[in-house]
Each structure stands twice: as structure tokens, then as C-alpha cells.
Design a binder for this molecule. Structure first.
Ligand SMILES: O=C(O)[C@@H](CO)OP(=O)(O)O
Length: 246
């Protein structure tokens, strides 16, 4: 028996539009992003992939995206579970910086190392920095684990146990699960699901607002690669993410 898992990156955010490194900074969706989120919900309804339960990060752009998608799919009533473990990768001292200026200043090799290498985190973001989450009430309970920077490997470490112990049991119980999260937290999950190597994951980019569907078996592994419900739009969106900063 297989059950459906839908992965959905939030729609375009205000800082995606401005080309700024975002991470844990809690920015909202743009008008375009809200449209992408609603379209994602329409795609779910049109293809009959209707979620029974929603998992989101605790960041507003993912929550807004889920709300708009579920409204469009007429599934606003499903139970919701939120966790910081689905948050975007914490971007350390890069949070708030312009991607094009950072590329210019540090060069392509360093820029790509910070953006897409598996195990090199950006420099730490001090708690006194204006883009720090040190005093953000939503992280009060996780103080010992609140990061000041993360590489993708750190995201895998905080996310995969949550996938295995919390999300997967819902799939095993026969539910269709929607996970609304972020470019890099979803890259971590896709890496795990598809067994992508530490090197090859650098080439994977997740477009905004495009539902990606997996069939998950009893053993927790997918029956194959994920399928975007709108493959052409997803390919164009992924290429745009890859080109950021250029
Ligand atoms: O800034 C960020 O938090 C992420 C996602 O928008 O950017 P990138 O794709 O460069 O990792």
C-alpha cells in the first residue's frame, strides 16, 4: 500500500522578490506568492490529491501558503501541526543580505559554498543582530536547539527524525499528507527520500508554490522520484531559483 505525500514550498516571499537571504526571518508573501499558493491548491483539487493533514513550519510565509492552498482546495478544515523543524535553513550572518551583492563581494565559489554545499554553514548570526530570532516568542521552548547558522546537513539532522517519528506515522495510517515548508528544508527532505548524494544535492532547486507529490510505501520510502503537478512551470521556477544572485 502507498500513500500520498505532497511537498509545497511557500509562494514568492517579499524577500524572494527583493533577492535577500531570508532563512528564519519571518517575511510574508507578495501578491504573486499569494497567487502561486492559491494556484497550488487548485492543482491539488484538479488532480484529486486532497490532503487529510497539514504540516507547516512556524514561519508566516509557509503558513500563509498552506492557508491559501487549502482554501482553494476546499480543505481548510483539516488538522494542522506546526514545527520549527520544518523551518527554512537558518542562513546565519547572511540573513538580510542581498544575494547579488554577496556574490559580487565574495565571488562565485564562496557564494555557492554557502548557498548549496552540504556541510559548510555561513558565519554565525550574533543574537544582537537585527535579523536574529533570539527574542522571538515562537522559539522560547527550543532554546538549547535554536541555531545561529545552519548548513544543509544541520537541517537534515533536525528534520529527518521529525519526518520519521511524527509525519511518517500519519502516512502509514493511510492519510494524504501536505507538508508546506521552504526551499532548503524541502531540499533536505527530498535528499533523504530520493537518496541524493551530498554532492548532487547542490544541483537541486525547489520552485515556489509548486506541489510535488510522492507515493510513500509502508517502509517509508517513495515508489519513485517525486512528480510536480505542473512539471513545466516547476522546471521554469527551479531554474529561476538556481539563477538567483546572478
Ligand atoms: O534565502 C533563503 O532563505 C533561501 C530560500 O529563499 O535562499 P536560497 O535559495 O538562496 O538558499
Amino acid at each position: 500500500m502507498t500513500n500520498k505525500l505532497i511537498l509545497l514550498r511557500h509562494g514568492q516571499s517579499e524577500w524572494n522578490e527583493k533577492n535577500l537571504f531570508t532563512g528564519w526571518v519571518d517575511v510574508r508573501l507578495t501578491d504573486q506568492g499569494r497567487g502561486e499558493a492559491a494556484r497550488a491548491g487548485e492543482l491539488l483539487a484538479e488532480s484529486g490529491v486532497l490532503p487529510d493533514v497539514l504540516y507547516t513550519s512556524v514561519l508566516s510565509r509557509a503558513i500563509q501558503t498552506a492557508n491559501l492552498a487549502l482554501e482553494a482546495a476546499d480543505r481548510m478544515w483539516i488538522p494542522v501541526v506546526r514545527s520549527w523543524r520544518l523551518n527554512e535553513r537558518h542562513y546565519g550572518a547572511l540573513q538580510g543580505l542581498d544575494k547579488a551583492e554577496t556574490l559580487q563581494k565574495y565571488g562565485e565559489t564562496q557564494f555557492m559554498e554557502w548557498r548549496r554545499s552540504y556541510d559548510t554553514p555561513p558565519p554565525v548570526l550574533e543574537d544582537s543582530n537585527e535579523w536574529s530570532q533570539a527574542n522571538d516568542a515562537r522559539y522560547e521552548g527550543i532554546d538549547g536547539e535554536r541555531p545561529q547558522t545552519e548548513c544543509l546537513e544541520d537541517v537534515v539532522t533536525r528534520l529527518i527524525p521529525y519526518w520519521e517519528n511524527v509525519i511518517l506515522p500519519d502516512l502509514r495510517a493511510g492519510k494524504t499528507v501536505l507538508v508546506t515548508a521552504h526551499g532548503n528544508s524541502l531540499r533536505a527532505l527530498v535528499k533523504h527520500l530520493e537518496g541524493i548524494s551530498d554532492e548532487d544535492i547542490a544541483g537541486l532547486n525547489i520552485p515556489t508554490g509548486m506541489p510535488l507529490v510522492y507515493e510513500i510505501g509502508e517502509d517509508g520510502t517513495p515508489s519513485g522520484a517525486g512528480t510536480y503537478l505542473d512539471p513545466e512551470a516547476a522546471a521554469a521556477g527551479a531554474a529561476a531559483v538556481a539563477a538567483q544572485g546572478k
